[in-house]
Design a protein around this ligand. Structure first.
Ligand code: AMP
Ligand code: DBH
Length: 457
């Protein structure tokens, strides 16, 4: 299992593992003890490769704590340690070629149920996605790609990402942080031509561009994805940053869609693009009946194709519902398809909050809250947010005699060792769920009713 921020060593480590037939599990720098323990246990990781202190967190200490709890983990290797340097200095040795059809690594899913799922991607399926992404994003040997988001994530790894840049023979610049000051400094200094961000960052950069002294003229393409880029933001990006907008709608499970660099403005501003491959099969279905909706109508997106998984790693039960019997992945996204095949993401059917591109599974956070002695029940829903698009709001019913407070519960969740983006932004402690007629409704219906209520407030 790998937990590395945007540092150059990421690439030699990952390629070394691929060459040796060792599967990386791509944890994010934001993940903490509880997520790392789950990934390590579920994948039966043999080692954890991490860094020491980074952004005020001691990753090495967390990794050692996880290693002490998970039997399979025999080693913690810290980039920059003597042990790491000694390994890096080992003489090269001949290795058998990896099987192109074999699993190359386990990517993480944002998840919608209790714990995040692991996604097995093969060398050839991923290379196909990377190669076509590099082509569709116009990467050339003289391109300079800025990795703005954490490179372990599927988007900056492969859409077109650092791997797309390598494939095209382009240069990669690793941004330690995604803020406008850091990114603009690097764009100017390294003559960056292309990068990818999430909508809240695109909005922040667009504002910052109006008052920067930095020369951003090298920037040709800004990819925006991970969450819906609204029309108004989409319109501001080109004029503010002096580059082309390219929308990307992707998922670590496979399917990636891009607006094309030569698409008409209406498509670029108003859709999330069309699939990479002519062999990507797209179905837009009625979420209730499963029947295909009429062309142009909204429905749930199902997909099957050459680089989309047919099942999560060791998750038979979940796979039975996450995929159709004939192998289509149920993305949980609600989309509308334009006549040219472009998809517009209009909503979501999955129990997930998209916090500016960071995915939060409602059930995972509810489980953390319900571990608190003073909590009888919890329901986590999305509330609209002008900056992030959505934030998390936890409705909490106290146990008899208990009176937990919002700050106390937020602290409790944080101290259970979860990524900061999963700590509920808002906590509403309520005597009972403030939804009439809740009675015997499922958690799913309850969440929907609470989300509707939160939107009105
Ligand atoms: P994951 O499965 O965790 O890799 O997250 C992929 C999900 O992110 C998709 O299924 C969508 O819900 C969301 N997503 C990614 N890109 C976009 C986009 N451009 N617009 C709207 N949602 C997006
Ligand atoms: O959100 C995502 O997971 C995502 C967004 C854009 C992704 O996996 C991708 C492109 O490849």
């Amino acid at each position: 299992m790998l937990q590395l921020p945007n540092i150059p060593e990421f690439l030699p480590v990952v390629f070394g593992m691929w060459r040796a037939g060792v599967l990386p599990v791509f944890a994010l720098p934001a993940h903490r003890h509880s997520e790392l323990r789950h990934f390590a246990a579920h994948s039966e990781a043999a080692a954890i490769i991490t860094v020491g202190e980074h952004e005020r967190h001691d990753h090495a200490a967390t990794a050692r704590a996880v290693a002490a709890e998970v039997d399979s983990v025999r080693q913690v290797l810290v980039v920059g340690s003597d042990e790491f340097d000694a390994l890096a200095a080992t003489a090269p040795r001949e290795l058998a070629d990896p099987d192109p059809e074999g699993v190359a690594f386990l990517q993480l899913s944002g998840g919608s149920t209790g714990l995040p799922k692991l996604i097995p991607r093969t060398h050839d399926d991923y290379l196909y996605s990377v190669r076509e992404s590099a082509r569709i994003c116009g990467l050339r040997p003289d391109s300079v790609y800025l990795a703005t988001l954490p490179v372990s994530h599927n988007y900056p790894l492969s859409s077109p990402g650092v791997l797309g840049a390598l494939h095209a023979g382009a240069a990669t610049v690793m941004a330690p942080r995604p803020d406008a000051d850091t990114a603009f400094r690097l764009i100017e200094a390294e003559r960056v031509t292309i990068t990818g961000v999430v909508p809240p960052l695109a909005a922040a950069w667009t504002q910052a561009a109006a008052r920067t002294d930095r020369d951003l003229s090298s920037l040709e393409v800004l990819l925006v994805g991970g969450a819906k880029c609204g029309r108004e933001l989409a319109e501001r990006i080109g004029p503010a940053l002096g580059c082309k907008l390219q929308q990307v709608f992707g998922m670590a499970e496979g399917l990636v869609c891009y607006t094309r660099l030569d698409d008409p403005e209406e498509i670029v501003l108003g859709t999330q693009g069309r699939p990479i491959s002519p062999d990507d099969e797209i179905r837009v279905v009625d979420p209730e009946t499963g029947a295909d909706v009429a062309p142009g109508e909204t429905g749930a997106l199902l997909t099957r194709g050459p680089y989309t998984i047919r099942g999560y790693y060791r998750a038979d039960e979940h796979n039975a519902t996450a995929f159709t019997p004939d192998g289509f992945y149920r993305t949980g996204d609600l989309v509308r398809r334009a006549p040219g095949g472009q998809l517009e993401v209009v909503g979501r059917a999955k129990e997930q909050i998209n916090r500016g591109g960071e995915k939060v599974a409602a059930e995972e956070v509810e489980n953390h809250l319900m571990a608190h002695q003073g909590v009888l029940d919890a329901a986590v829903v999305a509330v609209p947010d002008p900056y992030l698009g959505e934030r998390t709001c936890a409705y909490v019913v106290p146990a008899a005699g208990a009176s937990p407070t919002g700050p106390e519960l937020r602290k409790f969740v944080r101290e259970r060792g979860v990524a900061a983006f999963k700590v509920p932004d808002l906590v509403e402690v309520v005597e009972e769920f403030p939804v009439t007629g809740v009675g015997k409704t499922s958690k799913r219906e309850l969440r929907a009713a609470l989300a509707a209520l939160a939107r009105k407030q």
